[in-house]
Design a protein around this ligand. Structure first.
Ligand code: ADP
Ligand code: MG
Length: 602
């Protein structure tokens, strides 16, 4: 019998591959412009006619190609960007598959004119449906120009499925904007039917955003920045008051690659919690840098999903970075303290455009020290029970904050804060503010402060733990054990260390702030969160720290001194989210003078 399996001719194979890579004119734009960026171009022109159906031309001043490379570049799997599989984990270029030009040439009329840097003669090549039509020397002086005409000329089904010119142009513009944002240092020109759509000079990121989205953006942007051992995050978020009713400019980039990620998007929008309504969308331009081997780059060419190895750990870092940026600019809702000279905290905050949101502490004063003794070392709030190491860490953070931003002004301010504070039924704190009475729920305030402190610690290093004299045993079910182990890294970072005895969890260490008698409840909380929370993936670290903070601060039933109460309020108001506890309960409210009057006139 004659064999029935045979290899497909290249042009057909290319055409099939093209179906994957090139779905619409915007895909061609993406591939060509990215190639120009990879070629080190400083200026890139994109000229489009009839939404790319008639012409897509990209001209760059990059390194160009030799005659040989110009021919080779249209072969399938021909790339200069990787040579071995291990390069896949060290990518610094956009392209690496070597498929784009071969695919485009299979389904369009392509003309390439290129000259290698310092070469006297360039090369001009014409290819139609993978077939070389002509090749001649060219007099080009710099870089590469590639024109793609009659897209899908030999794939009528594809051509007929293209959407209206408006929609295809919108897709092209989107691709263009993503690359222009990723490379503000490159000059870009984009024209459609000979009308200039964008003329973008080389700039910094802020200017690039403004050039793309309008002058109004200049005052709307809040910079963000954070660097940890896992990830570097920078870029801009848009102030909450400018959020949009429709999904606006939401851009995430990792290692200079645009990507979409609902999970990280959730981290950002949850940082805007209570600042915008749930019908509005925040805008953002956020760049991540991670070591290339911690993301999966071997993504589908047309897809924008990227897999992060440390996604779960990046979530809380991102969320907290966005939050503190919002806090720094003090765009959080604040109470009406403005004209209360004795307690002018938020006014003071307003005057400091870049104040640190970190906890600031009068280091001479330990709010948790027992008022009945003068020892600084003995922790005194039964609710917060920090151990020595914990507080050393705590102060280390605050010391760092102090170095960056002196806190004197606030503390001077604080000293003439004479307004009386009253503790009611141990649980509530009452004090006078301009508009009336401020009411604070003390345990919830403690929970918020503890949560922020722990989150801060978690981000920088594992939360400190205490070794137990006698291991603490707790029986789990087999599935719970699996869940626990699935979230191992996070739970370890929270300060737990354990071994297994069958399904028995044998804890050798627990977080320092946790009391042994609250451990069972804390484990239950954690198991509950990791097993049942729908968004478990989304918010696991947040949830676990909430559990820890809640388990630790639940017995806040101590009589507080005036100093301690002032400290409590002051610390609380350093946080952007001072209105709600991490588990979403209201911490503070004011009762206005009118309300008080009405109350008595009833
Ligand atoms: P990839 O970008 O994945 O390597 P492409 O098919 O897009 O694959 O391009 C193939 C090769 O052609 C590239 O690796 C590069 O060497 C070369 N090339 C493509 N476009 C340009 C350009 N504008 N300037 C210089 N070289 C280019
Ligand atoms: Mg490419």
């Amino acid at each position: 019998m004659p064999e029935i399996i045979h290899l497909l001719p290249d042009n057909i194979a290319n055409q099939i591959a093209a179906g994957e890579v090139i779905q619409r004119p915007a895909s061609v734009v993406k591939e060509l412009v990215e190639n120009a960026v990879d070629a080190g171009a400083q200026k890139i022109e994109l000229h489009v006619k009839d939404a790319g159906k008639t012409l897509i031309q990209v001209i760059d001043d990059g390194k160009g190609m030799s005659e040989m490379d110009a021919r080779m570049s249209f072969e399938r799997h021909a790339t200069s960007k990787i040579t071995s599989a291990k390069d896949l984990f060290q990518l610094t270029t956009k392209g690496f598959r070597g498929e784009a030009l071969a695919s485009i040439a299979a389904i369009a009329h392509v003309e390439m004119d290129t000259v290698e840097k310092d070469a006297k003669i360039g090369t001009k090549i014409q290819i139609e449906g993978s077939k070389l039509k002509s090749q001649e020397p060219s007099t080009r002086l710099r870089g590469t120009s590639i024109s793609v005409k009659n897209l899908f000329f030999n794939v009528p089904a594809r051509r007929n499925f293209l959407k209206s010119d408006n929609i295809e142009t919108k897709h092209i513009t989107e691709e263009f904007e993503r690359i222009a944002l990723t490379h503000p240092e490159v000059t870009f020109i984009f024209s459609h039917n000979n009308n200039i759509i964008y003329n973008l000079e080389s700039a910094n990121l802020r200017k690039r955003i403004v050039d793309l989205y309008g002058k109004g953006f200049n005052t709307k942007l809040v910079p963000i920045e954070e660097e940890t051992d896992l990830v570097k995050i920078y870029g801009f978020i848009v102030k909450p008051e400018f959020s949009r009713k429709t999904r606006g400019e939401q851009f995430l980039f990792v290692n200079h690659r645009f990507f979409k990620d609902n999970y990280l998007h959730h981290a950002i929008s949850s940082a805007y919690e209570n600042l915008i309504s749930n019908k509005e969308y925040p805008s953002y331009f956020i760049f991540f840098e991670v070591t290339p081997d911690t993301i999966d780059v071997n993504i589908h060419p047309t897809k924008t999903e990227i897999k992060f190895q440390h996604e779960k750990s990046i979530y809380p870092i991102l969320r907290s970075t966005v939050r503190s940026a919002l806090g720094k600019y003090n765009i959080s809702p604040s109470l009406d303290f403005e004209h209360e000279p004795q307690f002018d905290l938020s006014q003071e905050v307003l005057k400091q455009p870049v104040r640190q949101p970190e906890i600031k502490v009068n280091t001479n004063y330990n709010p948790f020290k027992d008022t009945s003794t003068s020892s600084q070392e003995k922790p005194l709030s039964p609710s917060l029970k920090p151990n020595k190491q914990e507080w050393e860490d705590f102060y280390k953070i605050t010391e760092e904050a102090k170095v960056e931003q002196p806190t004197e002004i606030e503390f001077e301010e604080k000293q003439d804060n004479n307004s009386l504070k009253i503790q009611v039924h141990k649980k509530f704190l009452l004090t006078q503010v301009k508009s009336g009475l401020l009411l604070v729920h003390i345990p919830r305030a403690n929970e918020r402060i503890l949560y922020e402190t722990l989150m801060e610690q978690y981000m920088r290093h594992p939360i400190s733990s205490q070794q137990l004299l006698f291991p603490y045993e707790y029986q789990l079910q087999a599935t719970q054990k699996l869940e626990w182990e699935n979230n191992k890294t996070i739970i370890q970072r929270l300060g737990f260390e354990w071994e297994w005895n069958g399904n028995m969890l044998v804890l050798g260490s627990i977080p320092s702030i946790l009391e042994v008698e609250n451990t069972a409840q804390c484990i239950d909380n954690i198991l509950n969160k990791i097993t049942f929370t729908e968004i478990d993936k989304g918010e696991i670290v947040h949830e676990l720290i909430v559990s820890l903070a809640a388990a630790t601060s639940k017995n806040s039933n101590k009589i507080l001194s005036q100093e301690e109460m002032s400290y409590l309020i002051e610390t609380l108001f350093q946080y952007e989210q001072h209105q709600y506890s991490p588990s979403g309960k209201r911490i503070i409210n004011t009762i206005t003078l009118d309300e008080l009057n009405n109350f008595l006139s009833l």
